[in-house]
Design a protein around this ligand. Structure first.
Ligand SMILES: Nc1ncnc2c1ncn2[C@@H]1O[C@H](COP(=O)(O)OP(=O)(O)OP(=O)(O)O)[C@@H](O)[C@H]1O
Ligand SMILES: [Mg+2]
Length: 256
């Protein structure tokens, strides 16, 4: 149990790993020796107080921020010393991202937003559009393909963001408060889709969240405090005794 901050015991080498990460913004320390490893196909929830360093950790693991010290590995390869071109190529090809506010392009249609990663990956426009369209029913977005994303609801926008994050079959999905702007029922729907789609593909997930009910969808939870990663001792979900005995791999039963 004490090793669980470093990944599942006996698993293959981690899909993503940060070792002793240090990162400051000017004189503000954000990470202070944070280590975490995520096993292939694992859904890891990262929790912790506001300002503790969760988003900074996610951005370092995803190769968006370069840590001041420490090492980041993806698939066993060190990535924090790659140049920006190689890192952005890797992010585009191997990673998917969902943030609190979908970060969709509001002037583009739902379908075009979903197609973007495929177009950036040099897929022909016609194929990219057809693939994007094929994702709509899986996310309950039938009929919304031609709608501009500035004109859809918050829950619909997050589902579009999820489709866009997964359409190119990334190895890792990085989600930072993906349900943070949604009411709890809509958030649960988004989480159920996130979990079922990533499980089906064996996608590794790093999920930053404030909410215990969202973290309950994960296989494992870690806490970030003052820029360090610590193991979350169960029950990290608020004390409902009925939940404590529930099995983790079937998250919807833990959702409340
Ligand atoms: N771009 C930035 N410039 C300056 N300081 C930053 C920047 N990003 C983060 N910080 C600081 O680094 C620390 C960690 O921030 P981070 O965003 O990682 O926290 P967090 O755990 O994600 O918080 P929240 O739950 O509120 O999103 C905070 O003190 C924050 O103010
Ligand atoms: Mg944050």
């Amino acid at each position: 149990m004490s090793l669980s901050a470093l990944g599942r015991e006996g698993s293959a080498s981690p899909a993503v790993e940060g070792r002793s990460l240090v990162k400051s913004f000017g004189r503000t320390p954000a990470l202070n020796g944070a280590s975490v490893a995520v096993a292939p196909g694992e859904i890891l929830a990262v929790m912790g107080p506001s300002g503790s360093g969760k988003s900074t950790l996610l951005h370092c693991l995803a190769g968006i921020f370069t840590p001041d010290a420490g090492e980041v590995y993806f698939d066993g390869r060190r990535i924090d010393r790659l140049g920006e071109t190689r890192r952005s190529e890797m992010r585009r090809r191997d990673f998917g991202f969902v943030f609190q506010f979908g970060q969709l392009v509001p002037e583009l249609t739902v379908e075009d937003n979903i197609a973007l990663p495929l177009l950036l990956g040099q897929m022909a426009r016609r194929d990219a559009s057809a693939t994007a369209r094929s994702w709509l029913p899986r996310l309950g977005l039938d009929g919304l393909g031609p709608r501009r994303t500035g004109e859809v609801s918050g829950g619909e926008a997050q589902r579009v963001a999820l489709a866009r994050a997964l359409v190119h079959h990334p190895k890792v999905l990085f989600a930072d408060e993906p349900t943070g702007s949604l009411d709890s029922l809509t958030g649960e729907h988004v989480m159920e889709l996130l979990v079922s789609l990533t499980r089906a593909e064996g996608t590794t997930v790093v999920l930053v969240t404030h909410e215990a009910r969202v973290a309950a969808y994960a296989d494992r939870m870690v806490l970030v405090r003052d820029g360090h990663v610590t193991v979350a001792e169960p029950p990290a979900v608020p004390s409902n005794p009925a939940d404590a005995s529930a099995a983790r791999p079937h998250p919807p039963s833990l959702a409340r």
